[in-house]
Design a protein around this ligand. Structure first.
Ligand code: ADP
Ligand code: MG
Length: 614
């Protein structure tokens, strides 16, 4: 193994820029770190080179631990993005420089210099200076200089970033050739997917300081694990359906989930369809084809050999679109490609799938509202307790109506989060009014939980507004408990969906909590058979999740009263309620009499409020 990184971390100003990254690069391999700007790629290269020291973790090069060695003792060649050749030295002097500082004798320096000049295709240009060279030639000099002392590892940080497209292509091919000839192990950093695919033996995909997945270009393109991989690497459509009986259900279409993809019954499943996997036809397709639906071509672009088409399909029940992003619409957009010569007779087409790929279940995402001005700062202790067991990614949302404060808020949030033991939390700052922005954030990004601390003064207007626009399960936290060990799930027969049992059970499983499934009997007497059947179904769901659970039947005059009595006696840490149309306040009825509010203020406990499935 040429390069081995073990749990490297690095922070700047409290923000974790590299999050516990481990990686192995094989001998002679070209490994490309690909990610958007700011994802931490350059920082990793600088750590390997010794230009910057990690906060924790180890670096090994060819089996030697170099973590504490200075750069010149690591045997590394480095090419930077911006032409980094010395302007006061000739090309020859530039290339010889690393040999000079290593005290290599004159004749040997000359021999190696000439060899490298030839290798990078600059033979005869040794006497020129930077201002007499094109950008491409300068980068060739930089490459020659990085290689002349025969490093065991070559690091290249966006080496072609500043060059125009044609020269870039040429240099890529040269680089690949030179690397093969020398057999030097290389890590190249880029934000350009095409460059990554062209150069890499393997690609590592970086997002926000995290190395999300690693693989050979074709495998990463065809079978990414993550949503980021699916959308950052090339075009495609990601649809979100539900897992039923080992298949992803997109309306009437059922796509088998391969055994290696872990999934829980009824959980959301994300299906990636690359444009070349979409078949379009003017005539209804034959039976047996995986038909998604019938739609209208809304966009076309000519790409030379291919034509890219975007088709709009009417809404499919139980199916949402995650990419390409569509806001505030129910219809779906599917991207396809056709050979440029092929013609479809009209804008109406049948859309079927020739292939698809099921993404791995995502790490859960928590959106925590941090609204100190509204008396509702983020419950940091609880978030810290949830982060590990849920393996969750936490975003901290604050909202301001002051444009000038956005950047300052983001910075202060990062610091606050780090100070509260959440250095990986992602700050999200939105401009506007809290209720509207919290609703918009839920729609624009998929979160699994929304977390809000209810103000000391009790349920507020803001909370009421959030409940009215809720599309994500909401943890309304009161006097933040350190953990949730006992969970009460309240369920009424005949409510639409069973999202509350599923979400409450999921949380209980991750937290190792016990669940009581409560039904309040309003009519007195013996429970009707369907009540028992309903509770048994809930219990079966919980047992399938391996959650210790029991049922409770409690007669009471009202559901609120029954729930409050049980909450008082059972010493629960969390009460789970479904939020269905019926539990919303009727027009003209005060929020104070809202079912959820009554239980919040009556019990003093934290609540998990689960909206019905979309
Ligand atoms: P990339 O190369 O993927 O664009 P970098 O590794 O350069 O990303 O930077 C990642 C983040 O780390 C940047 O957004 C920046 O905020 C931060 N960062 C990098 N270097 C420094 C530094 N020397 N001081 C402070 N912050 C830094
Ligand atoms: Mg960079």
């Amino acid at each position: 193994m040429s390069i081995r990184l073990e749990q490297l971390t690095k922070s700047f100003g409290g923000q974790r820029v590299v999050k516990s990254t481990s990686l192995e690069v094989r001998d002679g391999e070209v490994f490309v770190l690909l990610g958007a700007s700011g994802s931490g790629k350059s920082t990793i290269l600088r750590l390997i080179a010794g230009l910057s020291a990690p906060d924790s973790g180890r670096i090994q090069l060819h089996g030697r631990d170099v973590t504490d060695l200075p750069p010149q003792e690591r045997g590394i060649g480095f090419v930077f993005q911006n032409y980094s050749i010395f302007r006061h030295m000739s090309v020859a002097e530039n290339i010889e420089f690393p040999l000079k500082i290593r005290k290599v004798a004159g004749p040997e320096r000359t021999r190696r210099r000439e060899q490298l000049l030839d290798l990078v295709g600059l033979g005869g240009l040794g006497n020129r200076y930077a201002h007499q060279l094109s950008g491409g030639q300068q980068q060739r000099v930089a490459l020659a200089r990085a290689l002349v002392h025969e490093p065991s590892v070559l690091l290249l940080d966006e080496p072609f970033g500043a060059l125009d497209v044609k020269i870039r292509g040429q240099l890529r091919r040269n680089l690949k050739e030179i690397q093969r000839q020398l057999g030097v192990t290389a890590i190249l950093v880029t934000h350009d997917q095409e460059e990554a695919f062209e150069l890499a033996d393997r690609v590592g995909l970086m997002e926000r300081g995290e190395l999300l997945e690693v693989g050979e270009p074709e495998a990463l393109y065809a079978r990414p694990l993550t949503f980021f991989g699916a959308t950052f690497l090339g075009a495609g459509t990601v649809l979100v359906g539900r897992a039923r009986d080992g298949a992803a259900q997109l309306g009437a279409l059922s796509l088998p989930i391969p055994p290696e993809v872990e999934h829980e019954e009824d959980a959301r499943v994300r299906v990636l369809v690359r444009p070349e996997q979409v078949a379009l036809s003017a005539e209804p397709p034959e039976r047996g084809v995986r038909l998604l639906g019938r739609g209208t071509i809304v966009e076309q672009s000519f790409l030379g050999a291919l034509r890219r088409l975007r088709v709009r399909l009417p809404a499919i029940p139980g199916t949402r679109q995650a990419s390409p992003a569509v806001y505030g619409e129910e219809s779906l957009l599917v991207d396809a490609v056709l050979p440029a010569g092929e013609d479809l007779s009209g804008p109406e087409v049948w859309v079927s799938l020739k292939g698809w790929h099921i993404l791995a279940p995502p790490r859960p995402r928590i959106l925590a509202c941090d609204l100190p001005d509204a008396g509702s700062p983020a419950p940091f202790a609880l978030l810290q307790a949830l982060e590990g067991p849920l393996d969750a990614r936490i975003s901290l949302l604050s909202v301001t109506d002051d444009t000038d404060r956005v950047e300052a808020l983001r910075a202060s949030q990062t610091e606050r989060a780090a100070a509260h033991g959440l250095p990986d939390a992602e700050p999200v700052v939105r401009r506007g009014e809290p209720v509207a922005e919290i609703a918009a954030e839920q729609v624009q990004s998929l979160y699994d939980f929304l977390v809000l601390k209810t103000p000391e003064s009790g349920p507020s207007e803001v909370l009421g507004g959030i409940l009215a626009t809720l599309s994500t399960p909401l943890l309304a936290v009161q006097e933040a408990p350190a953990s949730f060990a006992r969970i009460l799930i309240c369920t009424a027969v005949g409510e639409p969906g069973k999202a509350d049992v599923r979400v409450g059970g999921w949380l209980a499983r991750r937290l190792g909590a016990e669940v009581t499934l409560l039904h309040v009997l309003l009519d007195g007497g013996e429970p009707a058979p369907w009540v028992k059947a309903h509770l048994d179904a809930g219990l079966a769901t919980l047992r399938a999740l391996e959650v210790t659970s029991r049922t409770a039947l409690r007669p009471a005059r009202t559901a609120v009263q029954g729930i409050l009595d049980e909450a008082k006696e059972g010493d629960y840490d969390l009460i789970v309620l479904g939020r269905h149309a019926a539990s919303r306040p009727a027009a003209g009825r005060s929020r104070r009499h809202d079912f959820t509010f009554e239980i919040l203020s009556g019990s003093g406990k934290s609540l998990l409020i689960v909206p019905p499935d979309q």
